[in-house]
Design a binder for this molecule. Structure first.
Ligand SMILES: Nc1ncnc2c1ncn2[C@@H]1O[C@H](COP(=O)(O)OP(=O)(O)OP(=O)(O)O)[C@@H](O)[C@H]1O
Ligand SMILES: [Mg+2]
Length: 290
């Protein structure tokens, strides 16, 4: 069955003096509408590369990506992106930062309606009292709340989150995980989140995709997260499957850490066939979802 988001044998390579350096290879994944997928893997394996290809910020070297029946060919308002650093314009206030996206995506509605839409989303992330506060006067956590409000306010079909809480202290991180979970409970967006935090992945995701270490990184294993929604942290921690799943993720990452390949090393595949056979577990994992 086709997914709402489909990555079909996606690959990315960069030219290098020794030939194409293959970063991501033969990455195939279907994501259902409303599903939340977490992507984990070692630093430098290619997680952000995958996410930025879906965002349309970087072109696939091979393969194709379809979002809601449309093959993507560049960035678009159907995909809302939240990065580790929210990239706000520092001299604009919270409302103006959210309006930057809203004005572009909803030019046909009135200025008042656009302001209401932006203010509504800021209120949802807990910044209803800080609409006029300038970005350079905000804490990291507040800025990231604005980043999340900005992504939701354009009503994207899909959310792409690249370690959105990676720079926050653990308390703020937990607060923002709850803000995001509450928003998703109201409006179940199809989401892909890159994270280094296995506990965050287990708390947020319906499925966790584990990437092999590069070069030519691909999907190593996919696990289903069976915890009922709405989730709360304590119930998740007390679930009998929590520690076995956590162990499985950590074991995968530890095994990948012992792989001999050097990150950034040049890998060439002479044919698609030889490449596929190298990555049989990924093919099987995708087939399981088909
Ligand atoms: N423009 C580029 N040219 C050449 N190599 C690049 C380029 N951009 C990224 N890379 C390489 O691609 C690999 C994957 O990078 P990417 O940022 O996707 O990793 P990541 O899994 O997101 O890492 P992290 O967990 O540290 O964020 C890295 O080895 C990086 O050096
Ligand atoms: Mg990254």
């Amino acid at each position: 069955m086709a997914g709402y988001v489909e990555l079909f044998r996606v690959g990315k390579s960069y030219p290098s003096p020794k030939g194409p350096a293959v970063i991501v290879h033969d990455f195939s994944l279907n994501i259902d509408q409303g599903e939340f997928v977490a992507l984990i893997g070692h630093s430098g394996c290619g997680k952000s590369t995958v996410l930025s290809m879906i965002a349309g910020l970087s072109e696939c070297t091979t393969g194709a990506i379809v979002v809601a029946n449309r093959e993507i060919d560049g960035p678009g308002p159907d995909r809302g992106v939240v990065f580790q650093s929210p990239c706000l314009l520092p001299w604009l206030n919270a409302l103006e930062n959210v309006l930057l996206g809203v004005d572009r995506v909803y030019p046909h509605i009135s200025r008042t309606q656009r302001r209401e839409l932006a203010a509504y989303h800021l209120q949802l992330v807990g910044l209803g009292d800080s609409l006029e506060r300038r970005a350079n006067e905000m804490s990291q956590g507040m800025q990231q709340r604005v980043g999340i409000a900005r992504a939701f306010a354009i009503s994207p079909k899909m959310l792409l989150l690249d370690e959105p809480f990676g720079m926050l202290d653990s308390l703020t991180r937990m607060e923002l995980q709850e803000v995001l979970a509450d928003l998703l409970a109201r409006d179940r967006k199809t989401s892909l989140m890159v994270t280094h935090d296995v506990d965050e992945a287990l708390l947020m995701a319906d499925r966790i995709v584990m990437m092999t270490s590069g070069p030519a990184a691909t999907i190593g294993e996919i696990v289903d997260v069976p915890f009922a929604r709405p989730r709360n942290r304590t119930a998740v921690l007390n679930h009998p499957d929590y520690y076995p799943l956590r162990e499985r993720l950590i074991e995968f990452l530890e095994n990948q850490a012992h792989q001999p390949a050097e990150p950034g090393a040049v890998v060439r595949f002479d044919s698609a066939e030889s490449a596929t056979s190298t990555h049989q577990p990924q093919t099987a994992a995708v087939a399981r979802r088909a």
